[in-house]
Ligand binder design. Structure first.
Ligand SMILES: Nc1ncnc2c1ncn2[C@@H]1O[C@H](COP(=O)(O)OP(=O)(O)OP(=O)(O)O)[C@@H](O)[C@H]1O
Ligand SMILES: [Mg+2]
Length: 248
């Protein structure tokens, strides 16, 4: 346990053969904050999250909740929604959630019931996950991530496929998680959501952290009125967009 940070990443490098996807990245997620990792497609956001989970080989230092490097023993403290959710398609949501409970050794039936209702999954509990709509599958992945009340959430595009009501419910759950001292590393392309929920923001481009700060710091630095404008300026896409539009 430590008081300052939930996650510390120092000089993280991730390579796929000759391709360097993450280039010496350093950042911290403090206790009680939402840290947003923004960046264009291919910037290295998912690779960073995979490294934090020990799913890819990496160089550098990762400290999760003061418990050290990714390992099975720290996983019970983490809830993860990957951009391609890992759900066992042949199982029903009920079987999948019970399976996770037995693997983790944590299953709070009351919390499970509450989350199932919050995401309106009750009528699908006994339907094979393979037969669910994309949004309902995503909801199963979200419930799975929240079930064991983890202290740190790693959320990679968690709002994919969700309907408006579920987005609202999930944003509220994220807020409560933070209020109760939890922390979130959150990757998204939706700037309006980022503007609302992020305490601090890091913008990744081609594996480099090109700017980091609070929403107002990022906007001030770019002399931009919105996060979208600040983001596009930071990655030098504003001029490119102008040229593209002139060519149309
Ligand atoms: N398994 C892999 N093998 C080879 N290259 C990979 C692999 N996974 C990712 N990459 C490459 O690493 C770079 C970073 O990819 P990553 O998925 O981390 O980006 P991202 O920021 O999550 O993008 P997106 O916004 O599209 O999800 C990209 O150039 C990608 O093509
Ligand atoms: Mg990604």
């Amino acid at each position: 346990m430590n008081d300052g940070y939930a996650l510390k990443v120092e000089r993280l490098t991730v390579r796929y053969g000759d391709k360097v996807a993450v280039k010496g990245l350093s950042f911290m997620v403090n206790n009680g904050e939402v840290y947003c990792l923004l960046g264009p497609n291919g910037a290295g956001k998912t690779s960073t999250i995979k490294a934090i989970l020990g799913l890819v080989k990496y160089e550098g230092l990762i400290d999760i909740l003061g418990l050290g490097q990714p390992s099975p023993s720290v996983m019970n403290n983490i809830g993860v929604v990957m951009e391609t959710p890992v759900v066992l398609e042949a199982l029903t949501p009920r079987e999948f959630l019970e399976f996770l409970g037995s693997v983790r050794g944590i299953f709070n039936a009351r919390r499970a019931e509450a989350l199932i209702d919050a995401f309106e999954l009750r009528e699908y509990l006994d339907t094979p996950i393979a037969a669910l709509s994309a949004g309902n599958r995503q909801k199963v992945a979200i419930v799975a991530a929240l079930l064991h009340e983890p202290r740190l959430l790693l959320l990679d595009e968690p709002f994919n496929f969700l309907d408006v009501k579920s987005v609202r419910v999930f944003k509220e759950i994220m807020q409560r998680h933070i209020e109760s001292g939890g922390s979130i590393l959150f990757s998204t392309h939706i700037m309006e959501v980022a503007e609302r929920v992020c305490n601090r923001i890091g913008i990744l481009n081609e594996g480099d952290l090109i700017t980091e700060g609070t929403l107002s710091e990022i906007k001030e630095r770019a002399k931009a009125g919105t996060l979208e404008d600040a983001f596009l300026k930071a990655i030098h896409a504003d001029e490119e967009i102008k040229a593209i539009l002139e060519g149309l």
